[in-house]
Design a protein around this ligand. Structure first.
Ligand SMILES: Cc1cc2nc3c(=O)[nH]c(=O)nc-3n(C[C@H](O)[C@H](O)[C@H](O)COP(=O)(O)O)c2cc1C
Length: 412
């Protein structure tokens, strides 16, 4: 339901045209996604008139903007509504995303070498339950190629002015690596070196690195959770210091992104993490001075899906059906961090949508934000069900902050 008193006629029109386009592309969600993330976002930033219109359409009031301002560890963010990793790719449309009013954007997970990803179709939509399923396998042109492209583009690269850029780092299965023929140990070592190489290649382009240790789409992508996170962070922090020393700057902030907690009765069969793993990971994160944890990535669990119907069993789920699992993870993470007296910031992500009405505070974003998460990231709802989500969510949050003194969102 759209509350006409909250959104402007222009915003409602944008929402409706997004839904119209969405239905046209119902059989090809990836094409729709690409058009939105690349073509539309690029076009919209290249044209001054359209750029201005986008700013107007996604604008909050001055009062709301004041309420939403967030300063974390000395870095200023316009608001706590951020775009999760996967949408922004290869320098596309960053200005448009800034014009859409995101507090920041996390780039698609960068792998060192290029890879094509899985064969299409690799994204499916279940509109009746507002849920996406994907099996992307990180299609990407590679960190080194991208670094070259950035240097070539120079001033043409429309880097956002106010919005810090986070780059997600992950491991890939690329054409040059035959992990099937490697021992687990050799594979693990190469994986970690790969991550460090990606960090070096992308060093000048990021303000913050989000290490995707929960990437379900690649071989061993989630296996850096638990004790091996210690090795990953050790390697990355060393490389971070080396790169910073070369440039005479402070090392960059490193963030980790984790899987949701499993809801399986037998955790040994689960691909998501257990409470025990979460305890281990938080200890390691504290040891290496990680300042943020992003929770959560997608999940393979299908608990709670209507009629027990298993949709795309080997694909990764995001959107509404992930919401409870992510919320539970964020809640437990918050409790663990409090117990350990840690000031690590929690980025809550998973299933955040919007009910359009300021009275309805029951949506998951607000639930997360209310008690447990410090900032929010959105993805599936924005891509599939409403491009206007950032502004609607921000208005909800601003109202919430206005009337809720107890809120834990800091200017830390
Ligand atoms: C098509 C698609 C691509 C994604 N790509 C990435 C990625 O490259 N790196 C990453 O860390 N997460 C990726 N994600 C996960 C999202 O960032 C997010 O954590 C997850 O979808 C849960 O949020 P949501 O329910 O709001 O979509 C992707 C998700 C989708 C649906």
């Amino acid at each position: 339901m759209i509350d006409k008193n909250v959104l402007t006629p222009g915003q409602i029109k944008l929402h409706k045209s997004h839904q119209f386009m969405h239905s046209i592309f119902s059989l090809n969600p990836e094409l729709f996604h690409t058009l939105l993330a690349k073509k539309w976002a690029n076009l919209a930033q290249d044209n001054a008139y359209v750029s201005q219109k986008i700013q107007e359409l996604f604008a909050c009031t001055q009062e709301e903007n004041e309420l939403l301002k967030t300063e974390i560890f000395g870095q200023e963010y316009a608001n706590p509504v951020w775009l999760a990793a996967g949408f922004a790719k290869e320098f596309d449309g960053l200005k448009t995303l800034e014009n859409m009013g995101f507090g920041y954007v996390v780039w698609w997970t960068v792998t060192r070498l290029p890879q094509e990803g899985n064969k299409k179709p690799r994204i499916q939509r279940a509109d009746n339950i507002n849920t996406l399923f994907n099996w992307m396998w990180l299609p990407w042109s590679g960190a080194e190629a991208l670094d070259k492209k950035a240097k070539f583009l120079k001033e043409d690269w429309q880097r956002p002015e106010k919005m810090p850029v986070w780059i997600s780092l992950g491991n890939g299965n690329n054409a040059n690596t035959q992990w099937e023929n490697e021992s687990e140990e050799a594979f693990a070592t190469r994986k970690w070196e790969d991550l460090a190489e990606s960090l070096s290649a992308m060093y000048d382009h990021a303000d913050v690195f989000e290490v995707n240790v929960s990437c379900p789409n690649v071989h061993g992508g989630t296996s850096n959770q638990g004790l091996s996170l210690d090795i990953v962070l050790d390697i990355l922090q060393k490389r971070n210091k080396e790169e910073a020393a070369k440039r005479g700057i402070d090392p960059k902030t490193i963030v980790i992104k984790i899987s949701p907690l499993t809801a399986q009765s037998d955790p040994s069969k689960a691909e998501d993490i257990t409470l025990e793993t979460l305890e281990v990971m938080t200890d390691i994160a504290i040891k290496y001075g990680v300042k943020w944890i992003t929770a959560t990535n997608t999940s393979k669990e299908r608990n709670g899906i209507a009629n027990g119907k298993i949709l795309y069993p080997n694909w990764w789920m995001s959107g509404a059906m992930l919401a409870n699992q992510s919320l539970n993870t964020v809640q437990k993470l918050h409790q663990i961090l409090q117990k350990k007296n840690s000031d690590i910031i929690i980025n809550g992500v998973g299933g955040i949508g919007c009910e359009w009405s300021l009275e309805d505070l029951s949506d998951h974003g607000l639930e997360m934000y209310d008690e447990w998460a410090n900032t929010l990231q959105i993805y599936s709802w924005l891509v599939a069900w409403s491009v206007i989500l950032p502004v609607a969510l921000k208005k909800n949050l601003a109202m919430f902050k206005k009337y809720n003194d107890k809120h834990n969102i800091p200017n830390i």
